[in-house]
Ligand binder design. Structure first.
Ligand SMILES: C[S@@+](CC[C@H](N)C(=O)[O-])C[C@H]1O[C@@H](n2cnc3c(N)ncnc32)[C@H](O)[C@@H]1O
Length: 316
């Protein structure tokens, strides 16, 4: 049984990461990049979120793939290198294997331990597909290693992870994705669409409080990576739809006046003050199509569900 090759491009104990975290905490307002939400526990909590009845994106995107994957595959053609950006459990890509028939699968994620496990298990189920794992942080630049290989590439970016970028940063990312795709490359991307506030806010603030646990896990990461002394019980999970910016925002709100300390720094937070932890931008079909074209994709096809809650675009 082949075991997947793995390449590690980023380091978790980096001084630069500590500086990035400290800088974010000292900002006005305080913020922490959503990429820090994902360690092995964060990835498992995210997977639990996708099972929640309130979290419509995963279910809706899956229904779009179930209905239209053959049409997508007909446009893409078999034998591609399927490059899964932010692969997580690798489940979405794995469901596409039978219809897309990739020659090679490259899974990229910042949550390295979780990705290693997911990929090893996937390789056992698909011994005939060559697989490569890449531990990478693509928040500032998407640069695939040489080992990702040549051939015709299909970049896969599901789950509306593109929504974690501001529209300007999303445009930069899409341009890099087009470049990394190379000649004959294509991008298959899932995008969450604008909808009524209650539906959006419930999806990011479920009564079982799994999303709250996912958000609060960030404080454990702050403590582990930065040596911070945050107490989880001092913070509340807040999720709100900022309609003007067309984004769901997640915050951690201080329940009392407090000071966070870490080696070389501190941050006072008044009761009610927040640490901004994630944005999830919501697009219209026309708006996202325009972004793809601005990024240099000449041909786009879009599939949505009946309620037009979610969209999958194929761009080349
Ligand atoms: C919203 S989850 C989506 C997971 C899966 N693709 C899906 O659609 O269900 C985002 C994924 O991207 C990964 N991720 C987040 N920030 C990242 C970064 N800066 N670089 C690489 N991977 C990142 C996370 O670890 C996580 O697996």
């Amino acid at each position: 049984m082949p075991s997947p090759q793995f390449i590690q491009l980023h380091r978790e104990d980096d001084a630069a990461l500590r500086q990035e975290l400290a800088q974010g905490l000292l900002g006005q307002p305080a913020s922490v990049s959503p990429k820090f939400l994902y360690d092995a526990l964060g990835s498992r909590l995210f997977d639990a979120i996708t099972e929640l009845p309130e979290y419509y994106p995963t279910r809706t995107e899956r229904a779009i793939f179930d209905a239209h994957a053959p049409a997508m595959a007909a446009l893409v053609g078999p034998g591609r290198t399927l490059i899964d950006l932010g692969a997580g459990s690798c489940e979405k890509a794995a469901r596409l294997f039978p219809v897309m028939q990739p020659a090679r699968y490259v899974a990229v994620d910042i949550s390295v331990d979780y990705l290693r496990q997911a990929l090893a298990s996937l390789q056992r189920q698909h011994p005939g597909v060559e697989m490569l794992g890449v531990g990478a942080d693509f928040s500032s630049a998407l640069e695939l290693p040489r080992e990702a290989g040549g051939g015709e590439r299909l970049l896969f970016y599901p789950g509306s992870s593109i929504g974690n970028f501001t529209p300007e940063a999303a445009l930069r990312f899409l341009r890099q994705a087009r470049q990394e795709g190379g000649a004959g490359g294509a991008l298959l991307i899932g995008v969450d669409l604008v909808k009524a506030r209650p539906v959006l806010e419930l999806a990011y603030d479920d009564p079982l409080q799994v999303t709250a646990a996912f958000n609060l896990n960030l404080l454990r990461r702050l403590n582990a990576l930065l040596g911070c002394d945050a107490r989880l019980e001092d913070f509340a999970h807040v999720a709100l739809f900022n309609e003007a910016a067309s984004r769901i925002e997640m915050h951690l709100q201080a329940r009392r006046d407090l000071t966070l300390h870490w080696p070389g720094g501190e941050r006072r937070l008044a009761a009610g003050e927040r640490i901004h932890t994630e944005n999830s931008y919501k697009y219209t079909v026309g708006g996202f199509d325009g972004l793809l074209r601005e990024a240099g994709f000449a041909r786009t096809t879009c599939w949505t569900d009946e309620r037009r809650w979610f969209a999958v675009f194929l761009a080349s």
